[in-house]
Design a protein around this ligand. Sequence first.
Ligand SMILES: Cc1cc2nc3c(=O)[nH]c(=O)nc-3n(C[C@H](O)[C@H](O)[C@H](O)COP(=O)(O)OP(=O)(O)OC[C@H]3O[C@@H](n4cnc5c(N)ncnc54)[C@H](O)[C@@H]3O)c2cc1C
Length: 403
Amino acid sequence: MHVVVIGAGVIGVTTAYYLSQQGCEVTVVDRLNGVADGATYANAGQLSYSFTDALAKPEFVAKIPALLAGRDNGYRVRLGPALIPWGIRFLSQCTNRRAAKNTVAVLRTAMRSELLMRKLREKLPFDFSHREAGKLVLLNSAAEIDAARVNAALKSGQGCETEVLEPEAALEIEPALSVMTGNFAGAVYSSNDSVADSYAFTVGLKELLEKTGRVTFRLGARVKRLRKQGHKLRSVELEGGELAADAVVVCTGAWSGQLLRPVGVDPHIYPVRGYSVTLPPGAAAPDVSITVLHKKIVFSRINGNLRIAGFADFNGFRTDDDSKRIAALMEVARDWAPLAADYDAENRDQWGGFRPMTPDGRPCVGPSGIDGLYLNTGHGMLGWTLACASGYDVAMSVTHSVH
Ligand SMILES: Cc1cc2nc3c(=O)[nH]c(=O)nc-3n(C[C@H](O)[C@H](O)[C@H](O)COP(=O)(O)OP(=O)(O)OC[C@H]3O[C@@H](n4cnc5c(N)ncnc54)[C@H](O)[C@@H]3O)c2cc1C
């Protein structure tokens, strides 16, 4: 069976891996010249197997006036024709019941992803800086602590144990918090969350797959359109020709709607831009991954460096504010954790990427409704975390329904 995977981010390459494990011959196509050059490139690196909390929740609705007025530095929102229908769907998910349902659905996938990643790591011959770092999510108020307790109970019911801690207990776990200047009222600790370099993973996996001879990469090849005949996908039209396949899996992240809408499939994905800066560590860089929830930033110790990542800009595919937003991210980080990184280092890497966000925060994984066309997209803030389970699931779906 020949399967074409469109998109060579962490999702596409992991999908290719599981398809090849099922005996498929795979062609991975990407318009860029390298793999992992989209949202996968310099994300926060957190394998957040426990922190799958839905963004769409009642508390978010309360924040909307401040977001629209530009008073919350963690977000930029510019209403436009793509954001409004997406936003209406997002708002429909902002009830306690739906938030809990979405959090649990993603948690279940994340927990399976953890197990699959553990198995995969035993087999992979290359290093991608995987570390069982643990994760502390810092909370700002009594209301955040109450919500965290509700979520911890919800997750415990699924077999995922997290702890809601007093600040002193968090300090024992991560002493670097004592020299951070921002106050926090409590923290959620998850010892099983890890950190690793999704770029190194994707590049390493690509090289490994090429050696097997079963997976071919066609890079620098943009897919112009999907061609279907009746209810069946016929082929993939590239800028320089056409590719026939028994099945096609769309893994094009934030750009998925552009390929899918013309064939009548709408995954309702909005591009939410976030940023990262990777710096040499400072005198008190945390070892444990730290999320400062109300500032919308995270600190991850990765590859010996400190990566600061975050913000969520709902501004379409625009990138013209990048340098301002990266400067703002650095300012928040420097204020919060002045000794965590060498903020004045010249050898810094700064980056922006588009998270492929669905309104309910759940990825679209499996058959599309068109014969031969499958989806593995819409992983939003958690694509690295969910890559193994989503890749495995879609590979099973393809190989069990194509004959
Ligand atoms: C700032 C930031 C921090 C993040 N932190 C984390 C984190 O800590 N943990 C976590 O789990 N997740 C995190 N994420 C989310 C994660 O990075 C994404 O969910 C994940 O990378 C999505 O992977 P993907 O393969 O679907 O998309 P991408 O990596 O964007 O890949 C999509 C690919 O499709 C290709 N493509 C698009 N259209 C076409 C076409 N027409 N023809 C050919 N190719 C095409 C693109 O070139 C691209 O290479 C973060 C994201 C951001 C932005």
